[in-house]
Design a protein around this ligand. Structure first.
Ligand code: HEM
Length: 521
């Protein structure tokens, strides 16, 4: 028996060349596509909602949905009606549109649908263990109650001057505004830089106290940035994908949570619970009905959840509002005059009560949320086969259901001329912005059947609505007091960009500002 040489071995074991590998892969993809297409045509289950046609298995309709979810919903509503299913990166999503669809999903029984099953893998690495979607729903309900009990009118009265102070400090320091030169009279600000910063400074100062706010001048801003970058559509699909953003997210979660723990320890040791912030409320009240006390680690993690819950939503909303106000000089002037009327000619320090007396300001926020609901899709995972009321469709266990409360908010059946930004539609605004003769057919209610639900509905409804109005109202008021602004020549309000977790304006998002008082002199 002869010994095989290297050459003869190569002759026996054929190593496939690259074009053979490529041909094999192509054949595999083609077969997968053909099987996927045939399955959609031949095996349609008449008892399940119709499925949006897609060529590529797993990927499904991810591209068309991800690029413009509202167009995707509208196109498919025309084909199928309010209820249909689409494949999103391997998950089957059943959409139920319109107020009825919202009610069906957002008020579904806890035994039938679960938010924690839908969101847990994305949120737990960012918020940390034991809170929000990393605990049974009844625990989340109580955590929300603890947080809500901190958000009182009494607290809001202290928050308004704190936000005013933060805004003034921000104008002075930020390179988007005066950059340290208090005589700077005009400039150009990039809103998607400025508004997230101002939002986190004001939210941390009010909701978590001065000590936490001070940390944002040190390393905290970078750490929260790292948490943010672990909260992306990519992480929604692959929560632990081994990329630098994931490693940084995990390190930041630990450091941020440890920092809150340190503060909690200090407060417990000193016995000083005088600040009206959410941390103190948790320290005093966070004992569940069954007598179990939230641990300090859970209280620490909850702070991340609360700050992040309001961060992107509020930053996006103030950015959109400033862009719309910048595009409409008449609205801007009317908002200024409303302030003078409510607060007085010399514009003394703003109060919580002042904010409540400014209908145009509040209508502007409401209108911003109507046109630019930050969260375009709310999801739940189906735990039991779910019959869709009024149809013969059953959504099987394991699928997801998706509500899109933003859809009725831009539907002409509920809002006249819905793509026009017109705060006057909301109220009996005095001044020169007239009440819309075609008053909206919408009624605002907190039930899920309202066409206006920017804060959701049902058991997962937002707890931050009143705080958001205080924060946004104060920030916008301070902008209007301090500046006039326009959008750069020839540019209107930007189109939405749906590629991040909240709906943002696409770039560029700059405004050109001038200071009122300096301009007057
Ligand atoms: C839930 C919107 C600000 C904390 C929600 C939901 C929506 C929403 C639509 C429901 C999510 C779902 O059903 O899946 C908004 C908007 C905001 C805002 C548009 C600002 C303009 C805030 C703020 C906070 C906050 C400032 C904290 C102070 C929460 C919490 C939940 C929630 C804790 C409950 C999550 C759950 O129960 O599953 N928000 N939010 N939000 N939001 Fe907000």
């Amino acid at each position: 028996m002869g010994i095989l040489s290297g050459d003869s071995l190569a002759g026996l074991v054929q190593i496939p060349s690259w074009h053979v590998v490529l041909a094999g892969l192509t054949a595999f993809v083609v077969v997968a596509i053909v099987v996927n297409v045939l399955a959609q045509i031949l095996f349609r289950d008449p008892n399940q909602p119709p499925v949006v046609f897609h060529w590529i298995p797993v990927l499904g309709s991810a591209v068309s949905y991800g690029m413009d979810p509202y167009k995707f919903f509208e196109d498919n509503r025309k084909k199928f009606g309010d209820v249909f299913t689409f494949v999103l990166l391997g998950r089957k999503m059943t959409v139920a549109l319109g107020p009825k669809g919202n009610d069906f999903i957002l008020n579904a029984k806890l035994s039938d649908v679960s938010a924690e099953d839908a969101y847990h893998h994305l949120t737990t690495p960012v918020f940390g263990k034991g809170v929000v979607y990393d605990c049974p729903n009844h625990r989340l309900m109580e955590q929300k109650k603890f947080a809500k009990s901190a958000l009182t009118v009494q607290a809001f009265r202290t928050y308004v001057p704190a936000i005013v102070e933060e805004a003034r400090k921000y104008w002075l320091k930020s390179p988007q505004f005066f950059g340290g030169d208090s005589n700077r009279a005009s400039g150009n600000a990039h809103l998607l830089t400025a508004m997230p910063e101002l939002t986190i400074f004001t939210a941390s100062r009010t909701l978590q106290g001065k000590q936490i706010r001070a940390k944002f001048d040190e390393s905290f801003a970078d750490l929260y940035h790292d948490l943010d970058r672990g909260f992306t559509p990519l992480h929604f699909v692959f929560p632990n994908i081994p990329i630098p953003a994931t490693f940084r997210r995990d390190a930041a979660q630990k450091k941020v949570s440890d920092t809150y723990m340190e503060l909690i320890r200090e407060r417990r040791q000193s016995g000083d619970f005088s600040e009206m912030d959410i941390i103190n409320t948790f320290l005093k009240e966070a004992i569940y009905k069954d007598g179990v006390r939230m641990t300090d680690r859970e209280i620490a993690n909850m702070q991340i959840g609360i700050l992040m819950g309001g961060q992107h939503t509020s930053a996006a909303t103030s950015t959109w509002a400033l862009l719309h106000i910048g595009a409409d000089p008449k609205l801007q002037e009317a908002l200024y005059r409303e302030q003078i009327e409510v607060c007085g000619e010399d514009l003394p320090e703003l109060t919580y009560e002042n904010l409540q007396s400014m209908p145009l300001l509040n209508a502007t926020i409401r209108e911003t949320l109507r046109m630019h609901m930050p969260l375009h899709s709310l999801m739940r995972k189906v735990r039991n086969n779910l019959t869709i009321e009024g149809t013969h469709y059953v959504v099987p266990k394991g699928n997801y259901v998706m509500a899109a409360p933003g859809v009725p908010m831009i539907d002409s059946n509920y809002f006249t001329d819905p793509m026009t930004f017109r705060p006057s539609r909301w109220d009996e605004v005095k001044n020169e912005i007239k009440v819309d003769a075609n008053a909206d057919k919408a009624t605002i209610s907190k039930g899920a059947s309202s066409p206006y639900l920017p804060f959701g509905a049902g058991r997962h409804r937002c707890i931050g609505e009143q705080f958001a109005f205080v924060q946004l109202g104060t920030i916008l008021t301070m902008f209007i007091r301090e500046f006039t602004w326009t959008l750069p020549e020839g540019r209107g309000v930007p189109k939405p960009d749906y590629t991040s977790m909240v709906t943002l304006p696409s770039e560029p998002t700059n405004i050109i500002w001038t200071r009122r008082q300096i301009a007057k002199k």
